[in-house]
Design a protein. Structure first.
Ligand SMILES: *Cc1c(COP(=O)(O)O)cnc(C)c1O
Length: 417
C-alpha cells in the first residue's frame, strides 16, 4: 500500500510514531518561533513599514527609503548599531569576503577559533592558494581547533596575550565539518574571555544557518560583526539573493565602503524591486526556521529509529538548522539524497549524481529542488562521497513538505536494488 507520493504505509506508520516521540521538542521550537515573531513584528511596527517602502530604486539608488528601513529593522533585531542588507551581496561567501577585506590590512592577523572555516573561505583566506586571497595582501592567518566540541579557551587566552590579533572568526554552524554547531552559551563564554583578554580584537561571526534558531543572536552577546546569507534563514525562502552584515557602526561603514566605494558607502545601492521580498522573507523567517528545525528533529528521530547515527540527536540543543545522518555506505548516502530530490516540488524528476565540484577534494552529491537556485532554507541535502558517508540536510519551507521529503528519501533508502 502506497500513498500518492509512493510512500508505503509502514513508513507512514513509523512517521506517526516518531512524531509522538518528538512532541516536546516541537513545542519548544514553536515557543522560540513565537518569541522571534514578536521581535520581528515589533521591529516592523517601530519603523512603521508601509507600502511606500516596497518601491524600487534603480541606477545609483540614492535615498532608497525601503532600503533604509530594512537596515534599521535588521539592526533592531540584532540589537546592533548598524546594518547593511543588500542584494549586491551575491552570497554568504561574498558578504564574508567583503567584510574580511574591509576589516583586515596588510600584516594584520586573523585567527579562527573553530578550526578551519567554511570550505568556500579557503581561497578567500589563502589556505588554498589564490592570487586574490587575503594572504596575497600579506594578511596572516592562524587557527585554533576545537577540543571536545568546545573552544580551546586556554590556548585562545594564551595566543591573545602573546601576540596582536586583529580579528577573531567564529563560525556558528558546522559547515561540512564533523563537529557540533556552537551553541550560544559557549559563544557567550568565549566572547567574554576575548573581551577580557584583548578588548580591541574584532569578534567576527559567520552566522549562516544559525539565525532565529535561538531567542538571541551572537550580537546580543557582544560580537562586533555578524554576517549571513539571505537565501538561508533570514530570507524566509522569499528573498531571491543577498546577504546581511550587522554590528558596530564603524565596522559596518567599513564594509559598506568596500562593497561600494570609499566615500559612497551605504548611500548608494539600488534595490531594483527587492525590498518587498526582503521584508516579506524576514517576516516569514521565524516560521520557516521553525519548519526547518521540525523537519530536522523529525528526520533525526526517524533515522535514529531506523538504526543510523544522527547528529544532533532529536533532543539535543540546536544552534543551526543542519542535520547530519551517517550512512557508512556510499550507495545509501546517494539514495537518500536522490530521495530528497524526488520529494521536492521543483525538478523532482532529475536525479542528482556525485560530481567533482570546484574547491572540494572528494566528489559531492547535492539534492536541491528549490524555487530559488542554491537556496538551502528550502529542503536540501548534500554529502561528500567519502567515509563515513554523511548526509548534511537542512531546510524545509513548511514542516509538511519537509516531512514528506524526508519520508520519500527514507522510502528510497529501503527500495530494493
Ligand atoms: C552556507 C554557508 C556559507 C556560505 O554561504 P553561501 O551563501 O553559500 O556562499 C558560509 N558559512 C557557512 C557556515 C555556511 O553554512
Amino acid at each position: 500500500m502506497e500513498n500518492l507520493l509512493g510512500i508505503r504505509q509502514e513508513i507512514m506508520d513509523l512517521a506517526k510514531e516518531t512524531e509522538e516521540q518528538v512532541k516536546k521538542q516541537f513545542q519548544e521550537v514553536e515557543e522560540v518561533c513565537e518569541f522571534n515573531s514578536m521581535r520581528i513584528l515589533h521591529a516592523f511596527q517601530k519603523y512603521q513599514v508601509s507600502d511606500m517602502h516596497f518601491n524600487q530604486t534603480t541606477g545609483y539608488g540614492y535615498g532608497d527609503v525601503g532600503r533604509d528601513v530594512i537596515e534599521k529593522i535588521y539592526a533592531e533585531i540584532f540589537q546592533t548599531e548598524d546594518a547593511l542588507v543588500r542584494g549586491q551581496f551575491i552570497s554568504g561567501t561574498h558578504a564574508l569576503t567583503v567584510a574580511l577585506f574591509a576589516m583586515l590590512r596588510p600584516s594584520d592577523t586573523m585567527l579562527s577559533i573553530c578550526g578551519k572555516p567554511y570550505d568556500t573561505l579557503d581561497e578567500v583566506i589563502g589556505i588554498s592558494p589564490n592570487p586574490s586571497s587575503l594572504a596575497s595582501f600579506g594578511i596572516k592567518y592562524e587557527q585554533i581547533d576545537l577540543v571536545d566540541q568546545d573552544f580551546d579557551y586556554a590556548k585562545i587566552e594564551k595566543t591573545l596575550k602573546e601576540k596582536k590579533i586583529k580579528l577573531i572568526e567564529i563560525q556558528r554552524s558546522r559547515g561540512y565539518a564533523l563537529r557540533k554547531s556552537i551553541t550560544l552559551d559557549k559563544m557567550e563564554k568565549v566572547i567574554q574571555l576575548i573581551k577580557k583578554t584583548d578588548p580591541e580584537v574584532i569578534i567576527f561571526v559567520d552566522n549562516c544557518y544559525g539565525e532565529l534558531v535561538e531567542k538571541i543572536e551572537p550580537s546580543h552577546l557582544g560580537a562586533d560583526l555578524v554576517v549571513g546569507s539571505l537565501i538561508k534563514n533570514l530570507g524566509g525562502g522569499i528573498s531571491p539573493n543577498g546577504a546581511y552584515v550587522v554590528g558596530r557602526k564603524d565596522l559596518v561603514e567599513l564594509v559598506a565602503e568596500r562593497l561600494t566605494s570609499p566615500g559612497q558607502g551605504k548611500e548608494v545601492g539600488p534595490t531594483l524591486g527587492m525590498n518587498k521580498q526582503i521584508l516579506q522573507g524576514l517576516y516569514l523567517a521565524p516560521s520557516v526556521v521553525a519548519s526547518s528545525l521540525k523537519t530536522a528533529i523529525f528526520a533525526s528521530k526517524l533515522l535514529e529509529n531506523l538504526g543510523y547515527i544522527v547528529e544532533p540527536k532529536f533532543d539535543e540543543r540546536r544552534s543551526d538548522i543542519v542535520q547530519t545522518i551517517t550512512f557508512g555506505d556510499p550507495e545509501l548516502l546517494i539514495r537518500y539524497c536522490q530521495g530528497i530530490q524526488m520529494g521536492s516540488a521543483i525538478d523532482s524528476n532529475s536525479i542528482p549524481e556525485p560530481w567533482d565540484m570546484p574547491g572540494y577534494t572528494d566528489q559531492v552529491i547535492m539534492a536541491a529542488g528549490a524555487f530559488t537556485q542554491g537556496s538551502s532554507i528550502e529542503l536540501s541535502c548534500d554529502g561528500p562521497i567519502r567515509p563515513p558517508y554523511i548526509a548534511f540536510m537542512q531546510g524545509g519551507l513548511t514542516y509538511s513538505y519537509g516531512k514528506l521529503g524526508v519520508l520519500k528519501a527514507v522510502s528510497n533508502l529501503k527500495k530494493k536494488n
